[in-house]
Design a protein around this ligand. Structure first.
Ligand SMILES: C[S@@+](CC[C@H](N)C(=O)[O-])C[C@H]1O[C@@H](n2cnc3c(N)ncnc32)[C@H](O)[C@@H]1O
Ligand SMILES: Nc1nc2[nH]cc(C(=O)O)c2c(=O)[nH]1
Ligand code: SF4
Ligand SMILES: [Mg+2]
Length: 211
């Protein structure tokens, strides 16, 4: 099958337990919880998105005819830096709309360790090396196991205590960026102080002016 990619770039992973790590980001186009159009935001299932995932027009974006073409473009972005296994983060949009077993195999064949950032409403295929799930209030999260659960906070309608029962190695809380970011940071710190299972994660790339 072919793959619709908004953009592809080399940066540092900004968020979560792998923050600070050199990574190729592959941002898949499209999401199942929002059209990506501002006029639809107020009625979308996910209303706080900080990302443009519409179209194929970003740097390194396009329609890739098959899995090998996409994986080798990502591998070229990594370059010849040695000493660590190349690391790719597939995000979006919602990457599990498109990430299928042939693409997972192609990333591995290209030498990558594969991380995925997903909203958890689509079951993850096997073979992902690092799975981050970020639940959205009011949605049916079917993927309740993985490596890290990244809760954007505050989200009325989500009970952090209930999420502690899900099968994740790390429980992270990330302040919601937007008009109320200061209040969101305060709320995220308060959650950690109340429930020590949770650790704070900040969006380092934004503070650093990276993508
Ligand atoms: C743009 S989403 C793409 C992956 C997937 N659709 C998801 O939601 O997990 C990447 C990450 O950014 C987080 N995110 C989106 N908007 C945010 C915001 N306004 N503040 C903080 N994190 C946000 C998401 O929760 C997710 O963890
Ligand atoms: N540097 C950087 N780190 C990130 N971690 C998760 C991101 C995402 O949008 O999925 C992201 C992103 O957009 N940029
Ligand atoms: S699910 Fe992810 S990509 Fe989709 S609108 Fe929400 S944050 Fe954005
Ligand atoms: Mg982002």
């Amino acid at each position: 099958m072919s793959y619709a990619v908004k953009e592809m770039f080399l940066t540092l992973q900004g968020e979560g337990r792998q923050a600070g790590r050199r990574a190729v980001f592959v941002r898949m186009a499209g999401c199942n919880l929002w059209s990506g159009r501002e006029e639809d935001r107020a009625t979308a299932q996910c209303r706080f998105c900080d990302t443009d995932f519409v179209g194929l027009d970003g740097d390194g974006g396009g329609r890739f005819r098959d899995a090998d073409a996409l994986a080798s473009a990502a591998r070229a972005l990594w370059g010849d830096a040695s000493g660590e296994r190349p690391y790719v983060v597939v995000t979006g949009g919602e990457p599990l709309l498109q990430l299928d077993p042939p693409l997972i195999d192609a990333f591995h064949a290209a030498g990558f360790e594969l991380a995925v950032e997903s909203n958890g409403t689509i079951a993850a295929p096997p073979g992902i090396d690092w799975l981050c799930i970020s639940p959205k209030a009011g949605t049916d999260v079917v993927q309740r196991a993985g490596d890290e659960l990244k809760l954007v906070w505050p989200q009325p309608g989500i009970d952090p205590a209930a999420l502690e029962a899900w099968d994740f190695s790390h429980h992270l809380v990330q302040p919601m960026d937007g008009a109320n970011r200061q209040a969101a940071e305060d709320a995220a710190v308060a959650l950690v102080m109340e429930r020590p299972r949770w650790r704070l994660t900040l969006q380092n790339h934004k503070a650093l002016g990276l993508r």
